[in-house]
Design a protein around this ligand. Structure first.
Ligand code: HEM
Length: 153
């Protein structure tokens, strides 16, 4: 479906096509409608969807796509980006994953439970402490019994 019409789209227009049903990406100033390619993309549909709403040139090149991948792109070309509209190189949904903060808590937990000596000592104590209390109770009982016997005689 390669059309000869060289349409231009404003970034605002392009950014609206940002989901599985309708997915446009920008690479090297060109606009590609990759909706029908989502399921076939070897890099998965999510990498394409997360490349919407921004200039995906750097992402595309970072992957080191083969020449045949570049050839394939022609099939999905639909026009150019209107140069008067500004295109961000980053977009919100790509910034979300690093900002998940609970990681700090998890890292702290992991180092204390499965990590080095501190975790081991805590686990050993957890196991030994009830035993020690039991032994102590028996010893106390034995000691007080003995005292009673010696006291009687
Ligand atoms: C029309 C645009 C695109 C086409 C036709 C395309 C095509 C392909 C093809 C054919 C491959 C297989 C490896 C190769 O031959 O290079 C691939 C892999 C991949 N692509 Fe794309 N791609 C496109 C856009 C993108 C974009 C915008 C991203 C964003 C990051 C992306 C991410 C990936 C990833 C992560 C892989 C997997 C690399 C690997 O596991 O080796 N692709 N793509």
């Amino acid at each position: 479906m390669a059309s000869n019409s060289t349409k231009t789209f404003t970034f605002e227009d392009i950014a609206k096509h940002n989901n599985k049903q309708d997915c446009w990406i920008i690479v090297n100033g060109k606009v590609y409608d990759v909706t029908s390619f989502l399921d076939d993309h070897p890099g998965g549909d999510e990498s394409l969807i997360s490349s919407t709403g921004k200039d995906a040139t750097v992402d595309f090149e970072d992957v080191g796509h083969s020449d045949s991948a570049v050839e394939m792109m022609h099939k999905y070309f639909i026009g150019y980006v209107d140069t008067s509209s500004s295109v961000p190189t980053q977009v919100n949904h790509t910034q979300q994953p690093p900002s998940t903060q609970p990681n700090n808590v998890v890292v702290g937990d992991q180092s204390s439970s499965s990590g080095g000596g501190g975790g081991f000592v805590a686990k050993t104590l957890q196991f030994l402490l009830p035993l020690l209390i039991l032994v102590f109770a028996f010893a106390l009982q034995h000691y007080s019994k003995n005292k009673q016997i010696t006291g009687d005689s």
